[in-house]
Design a protein around this ligand. Sequence first.
Ligand SMILES: Cc1cc2nc3c(=O)[nH]c(=O)nc-3n(C[C@H](O)[C@H](O)[C@H](O)COP(=O)(O)O)c2cc1C
Length: 360
Amino acid sequence: MMPLNLHEYEAAARERLTPTAYDYFAGGAGDEVTLRANRASFDRLALRPRVLVDVSRRSMKCDVLGADAAMPILVAPMAFQRLAHADGELAVARAAGAAHTVMVLSSLATTPMEEVVVAARPSRVWFQLYVFKDRGATRALVRRAELAGCTALVVTVDAPFLGRRERDVRNRFSLPDGVHISNLAGFGKDELPREAEGSGLAAYFEKQLDVAFTWKDLAWLRETTRLPVVVKGVLRADDARDAVAAGCQGIVVSNHGGRQLDGAVAAIDALPEVVAAVGGKVQVYLDGGIRRGTDVLKALALGANATLLGRPVLWGLAADGEDGAKRAIDLLAAELDLAMALCGCRSLAEIRRDLVVRAP
Ligand SMILES: Cc1cc2nc3c(=O)[nH]c(=O)nc-3n(C[C@H](O)[C@H](O)[C@H](O)COP(=O)(O)O)c2cc1C
């Protein structure tokens, strides 16, 4: 039976994936408290719908860093998409393109970025950057993203080390033969170590990523590229102000889907202070736990310009390739459209703060 919602896509995907791949996609760090909190906090917010508004015409068109998207739902950067389906990032790019939205492509993609940019039509691919100790490789990656036609850089700042994801430790997570970190091949960084013990991805991070990277270095990065820079992984007002001061054009409020610091605040609970701190100077996006159209509406009511969708895209991809990824996005968009109608909102601008209240 065709999945009716994103939860059902997860169940369908689980049947198709190896347990190791499913655990890698689904899991979080530590006790997975933050992973659960991302969802639970959405459920604690209640909606206060407005009635008797003429909702015969509605639009969820949205401006993200100057690009027009058909919906305030972008595809979050996620590594190793070929573990979900042979078409991997290409299928997700086609799905995002067909949905007229942005795909954020992970540094740890398993497909060359030039092919992904071509597959996404109309092409709105942002490149997610991990900062490597090897600054030369980092600079080359940025330059390559520019030349490939990526239109923004999303610098992930919540992962100097990998969170301890115990499922991956137990499974000794690594990449199967034939799956590589494609865009780092030129630098000898395209394989995960096959550790005797533990997660190969955690070992890769420890060896390769720059743990000394600071706001000052971010300003350096800003100067090395003409692309707008978005920082991903901010959960506090002071960090949000630092991001604005460093010249960033966007902030993703995120705890990495509960995969980094377990016990970190739920993303939706951190959103209001970040929105207040930036005071409209830059765009603010949110990810973590979005599974229903009403979740998107709540995030927008609390001040997000758009949201990013993570795991459900992989569930769609694993269940049915490009069509599944596209349908997962479409289901969420249809739910948002209905939620807007039922809340008396005809446009994203009408999704205001007073629509949401904390449930007693
Ligand atoms: C399998 C997987 C791989 C991920 N890989 C990356 C990555 O390479 N870079 C990054 O910035 N975030 C990565 N993330 C985090 C997502 O971009 C996003 O923050 C998170 O998944 C959103 O939460 P959700 O899955 O609950 O929607 C990954 C998440 C998952 C589930």
